[in-house]
Structures are given as C-alpha cells and as structure tokens.
Design a protein around this ligand. Structure first.
Ligand SMILES: Nc1ncnc2c1ncn2[C@@H]1O[C@H](COP(=O)(O)OP(=O)(O)OP(=O)(O)O)[C@@H](O)[C@H]1O
Ligand SMILES: [Mg+2]
Length: 422
C-alpha cells in the first residue's frame, strides 16, 4: 500500500524576507528541524532555512555543508526537479552516492514521482510557498528485500535562490519516534520538577516529626508504648531516604573522566552476581573495539546497575513457566551486549557514532499496563519497588546526551542504552 497522499499546501509567500535573517551555520540544526515536524501547524518557512546561507550568495558558491549535520534528508532542486544538492542524510538513507543523486531528478527517488514533480513545479512557479505530503522513498537494492521502500513525510518549500526549491524528507518512523521521545522528555522534566518541589516540602516537616517522636519516647513511662514511637522514627527515616533518592541526580555535579564501557559492565556484573549467586547466568558479548569516552563513571555504573538489577528482579519473581520463576529453576539469563551504532538519532540530533549497550533478559517482560510509562518517576510494577530506578538511569544517560529505550515481550526484554561517541 502506498502512503502517498494529496499535498497539503501553504499560501504563497508574499514578502521575500519572510524567512527572517539567515541564521548562523550551526548549531541551529535542532530547532530548525523542530519546525519541520508535521505535527506542528504548516509553516511557509522551510525548516532548514535557518541553515541556509544568505540569498546574497548565489547558489553555485553557497556553502551548504551545514545541511549535512541534519538527520532529515534534504535536497535542493530546480523547478524541473533536477537535483542540484543532496545532503549526507539523503545519501545514507537512499544508498545512492551524492554525485549520482545530483545527476538525477529528485522526484525519481519516490515510488510515485508524479506528486513531487507537480509540487516542485507549483512551488518553483511560486503558486504555493510550501507543500507537504506523505510518500515512499525508493532505496538502493543493497538495503535488502523488504527494506528498499521507506515511508517519508515530504516538505517542499521555496528558497531565496531564484529557480531553486528545497525538498525535505523525514522518515515517518523516525519522526514518530522523535516526537514520542520529545514528549517523554517533556513529561519527565515536568514530573521531575514536581517531585523536586514535593521532596523539599516533605523533607522539612520530617525532621520535626522524627525529633518529636524521640522526645516523646523519652517521656513515656510505659516501655511498651515506645514501640509506637520507634515506628514513627523508622518510617520518617525511610521517607527521608526516599526523598534523598529523588533529589540525588540534582545533588551531585558530574565528574567527567575517561570511561570504558566494558569496565562498567564488568563492575555491574560482579555486583549483581554477588547478590544473586545461584541460578543466574550473565553472558558477555562485547565489541572490544569500542573506544573510551568522556563521562561520569559512577553515574553510568549506577544507570547500568539499575537496569540490570531490574532484569534480575524480574527473573527472580515467581511465576508460571516458561518465562516466570526462571531464577529458581536455574535458567535465568542476562546478556550484556555492546556494539557500535552509526548515524544514530537521539531526539532530533544526529550522531555519527554511538555506543549501544543492550541488557537483555529472558524473564516475563515488563507488565503491559506500565510498559509505556516505566521511565516516569514512581511507576513500579514490583512489590516493594519505588519506581525510581529507571528514572535515575534515564537521567544519568541523558546527561551523557544519550537515551535508554525498552523493547519488551515475554521471554525477551531488551533495554538499549545509547550514548553518542565523539
Ligand atoms: N527487565 C525487566 N523485566 C520486567 N519488568 C521490568 C524490567 N525492568 C523494569 N521493569 C518494570 O519496570 C518497573 C520500573 O522499574 P524501576 O527500576 O524504575 O522501579 P522499581 O524497580 O520498581 O523500583 P526501584 O526504584 O527500586 O528501582 C519495575 O517495577 C518493573 O515492573
Ligand atoms: Mg528498579
């Protein structure tokens, strides 16, 4: 089924300087891309306009290298559709060399070239300033069967160069993922703020409650009643510790040094095996060529430990075979897998190189009811769980510009920790 649809058009741009002043080359990439989101109201201004050199420079001498930093595929074409520039993302996603792209027509990259050819003509003739539609990009056969077609959202807009039109293509899956990540980050941020305020509000009276209970205990004639004041003190201490954990990520500044991901994995492996000496196998599948990177070792140990500990706790839970109660049966397995990822997109930022650490377990999987919310503070599916482990892990990894993703099904749960490499 094709996803090509009727182009949505924006009114023609009237003032030539609608796009505003040309922005500096970089790092305007992220905000510029945000403007391209189809979820936002259609804008007559091309999303990548912020990265475009000033119209004063003729196209032939313009420096378009900043467009190579974008995760979005970008081409500049003439009104007849001949490709005059293709960025690195377009080259990557189509598997066609830039030179070859620049010899052809942009519309021929789509399974149904007609819609794009018509749109290029309309935008080139300034009948409309911007037009958007969904289409399918045809990729090189080298991507293998089932992978040669890529659904994309296409945005065609005017440029300030006479006769030149800009075509942006955003992978629909990547777009949805980026939107989801952005929403999750926004929600987590709001949640954290709320928690921080709440934590302070709880902490202040706790000291008073604890002190009053201790004074009361000294005054009590009946020793048996002291049992009650001890409960108050104990519970106040427990709440205090919880609040300290809530505030932990803000409390300590990052300590940056050279970090070796395998050293971190080994450390976590040793800690978890000491805690669960029987019934658990932790398999290492390391790519030892992964270079060291700058980061906060202690934070990352904590992040990986939280993820691995969750896996172990899920494996330890009693439950129906084949995936429940594995630890007791002795066939619980966690795999720590490291790999290098190329051309990775986190949020709207694209990284040339990143490390991936997969923590995979063969347990029952994340309960379906909380699967979408496990990174939200205080969400727990575990008896006695405080629901903070993954929130902290995500915060620590985000401080390294990375992210954690989860893919879970009974018998196979994978947490992917992604961290950009220099
Ligand atoms: N590997 C896993 N398999 C199954 N469920 C998991 C896995 N990892 C996480 N979960 C689910 O996600 C929930 C949230 O995890 P999180 O670490 O944030 O909190 P917690 O483990 O409940 O409490 P704590 O703050 O002590 O870590 C868990 O309670 C569990 O239900
Ligand atoms: Mg946990």
């Amino acid at each position: 089924m094709t996803r090509a649809g009727r182009p949505r058009e924006s009114p023609r741009r009237t003032a030539p300087d609608d796009a505003g002043p040309a922005a500096p080359a970089l790092p305007a990439a992220a905000p510029a891309l945000t403007a391209a989101s189809p979820a936002l109201p259609a804008t007559p201004v091309p999303a990548s306009a912020a990265l475009m050199p000033s119209a004063a420079a003729p196209f032939e001498t313009a420096d378009l290298t900043a467009l190579d930093q974008l995760a979005t595929m970008v081409a500049v074409a003439d009104a007849d559709g001949r490709c005059r520039f293709a960025n690195a993302a377009l080259e990557d996603r189509t598997g066609v060399a830039r030179r070859a792209l620049q010899r052809g027509r942009v519309s021929e990259l789509l399974t149904e070239p007609r819609a794009l050819a018509d749109t290029l003509r309309a935008v080139g003739a300034a009948e409309v300033a911007c037009s958007r539609f969904d289409a399918v990009l045809q990729r090189a056969p080298a991507f293998g069967p089932g992978h040669t077609e890529l659904p994309v959202h296409v945005i065609v807009s005017q440029t300030d160069w006479p006769g030149c039109v800009m075509v942006e293509m955003i992978e629909i899956e990547q777009q949805t993922r980026a939107d989801r990540e952005e929403r999750a980050i926004g929600q987590a941020q709001a949640g954290k703020e709320l928690l921080r305020n709440l934590a302070h509000e709880i902490k202040n009276p706790l000291g008073g409650i604890r002190g009053a209970a201790q004074l009361l205990e000294m005054e009590l004639g009946d020793r048996a009643l002291a049992e009650y004041t001890r409960v108050i003190v104990h519970e106040a201490d427990r709440l205090h510790a919880l609040v300290d954990r809530l505030l932990a990520p803000q409390r300590r500044a990052q300590v940056v040094g050279d970090v070796n991901i395998h050293e971190i994995c080994e450390r976590v492996r040793a800690l978890v095996l000491a805690e669960f000496p029987r019934g658990l196998r932790i398999v290492r599948d390391y790519d030892v060529s992964i270079p060291e990177f700058r980061g906060d070792r202690e934070q990352l140990i904590q992040a990986v430990l939280n993820v691995v500990r969750n896996a172990t706790q899920a494996l330890a839970e009693p439950g129906a075979p084949p995936h429940g109660g594995r630890l007791a049966r002795g066939d619980a397995e966690i795999v720590l897998r490291t790999r290098i990822a190329r051309q990775l997109t986190v949020g709207r930022q694209r990284y040339r190189l990143a490390l991936e650490l997969h923590v995979q377990d063969n347990g029952p999987g994340v309960p379906e009811a909380i699967r979408e919310r496990i990174f939200v503070p205080l969400v727990s599916g575990r008896e006695g769980g405080s629901g903070l482990g993954l929130t902290l892990a995500q915060t620590f990894v985000q401080q390294h510009l990375g992210t954690i993703e989860c893919d879970s099904a009974p018998g196979r749960t994978v947490f992917r920790i992604l961290i950009p490499l220099p």
